[in-house]
Design a protein around this ligand. Sequence first.
Ligand SMILES: Cc1cc2nc3c(=O)[nH]c(=O)nc-3n(C[C@H](O)[C@H](O)[C@H](O)COP(=O)(O)OP(=O)(O)OC[C@H]3O[C@@H](n4cnc5c(N)ncnc54)[C@H](O)[C@@H]3O)c2cc1C
Length: 402
Amino acid sequence: MSDWKTLDSANPTEEHSMLREMVRGWVASEVEPQALEHDRNEKFNLGLFRQMGEMGLLGITAPVEHGGAGMDALAAALVNEEISYSDPGFCLAYLAHSMLFVNNLSRNGSEEQKARILPKVCSGEWVGAMAMSEPDIGTDVLGMSTTADRQEDGSWLINGRKMWITNGCIDDEGTPCDVVWTYAKTGVDQKGRAEISTFIVEKDHPGFSVGQKILDKTGMRASNTAELVYDDCRVPADALVGNPGESIIHMMRNLELERLTLAAQSVGIAHRCVVEMNRYATEREAFGRQIREFGQIQRHIGESFAEWRAMHAYLYDVARKMDVSSSGQRLDSDGIKLVATTMAKNIADRAMQVMGGYGYVGEYVVERLWRDAKLLEIGGGTLESHQKNITRDLAKDDSVLQ
Ligand SMILES: Cc1cc2nc3c(=O)[nH]c(=O)nc-3n(C[C@H](O)[C@H](O)[C@H](O)COP(=O)(O)OP(=O)(O)OC[C@H]3O[C@@H](n4cnc5c(N)ncnc54)[C@H](O)[C@@H]3O)c2cc1C
């Protein structure tokens, strides 16, 4: 522990530093130049996404033997942070694929499922998604109405609709993604609660289709969001993940990484907004002075800088301790998502205020980040669900407060 004082918590090993350097360079040269156009046109950049397969980023936490990079939660956080510095919308498509599908399969799938599917999703040949939300339910997961019924031959018939599914379609023509981690109700347990089971639905399974691409979102417009339809969708017996009724375990194992990486998106947004408002405050003059000399502008920059530093430190403290193979970090994965998402939204708002009229137009970037930031307070769990979870978890175990 001789070097603990110099430890860089966001890049604790040489491997993490090299990964950050590689992703940062690629983001500057490939991601930044296309971000505004893809936001404006509501287009997902499939070619850019596939580059990430070549770079080994799509399976960042997946096992090496199946084509993944075998890295940890901190690596996943830093990739999401770096991409969101330039393009949070594109990053959301990456997150839905790599955290919500690939990591889920890596942690919960059978050896046969992993061997068959992981190489395709780690390379980018296949695009994946995760379908939990429905038109009538979001937070209340156990209230879902999509059902799956086992048939005599062992196959399953899935019926229902899923809503808001990132990567659900890959283009404007409604072409579905290749594979969807789908949750469906398969019965009720002994206590009368919904029994939820997990199915790997592939685009060629009969009865599976895209209902609609959801257009005109406030932000995150470079990722596609779709409604998915399961109309007597027949999937084979081996599409079931684990045993019936095990989805809660699957959700618990994946949720923490999902929330950590959504928080990492917020940190990337906040970083960029601090950079932009700081630069602008030097370049812009009013009343014969740089605007950074005005006390009210100093308050915007000072508070934003300090909040960005605070969220960054909390993010990497949680990331360092998180084990992607197990659960047990919900208190802090909800904690970092709760504070980082609102801080990023507020920092983007202050950046726009500092930049005046220029902040309000696309060319100056913060307008897009301001719109993107809001989704992070809703997706992957709303602020209210994090408040509820934190308070519940502290009632069970308050050792962190001692
Ligand atoms: C752009 C985008 C991408 C998304 N991507 C995906 C995806 O890939 N896969 C997927 O499955 N879903 C996805 N979602 C859905 C997202 O996860 C849900 O929107 C979110 O979980 C909230 O659900 P809801 O919209 O149904 O709101 P609701 O759950 O209906 O909540 C409405 C309001 O009521 C509050 N509320 C609900 N219950 C309680 C309670 N018990 N106590 C206090 N307040 C409560 C909520 O906090 C919220 O403020 C996406 C959504 C968007 C907008």
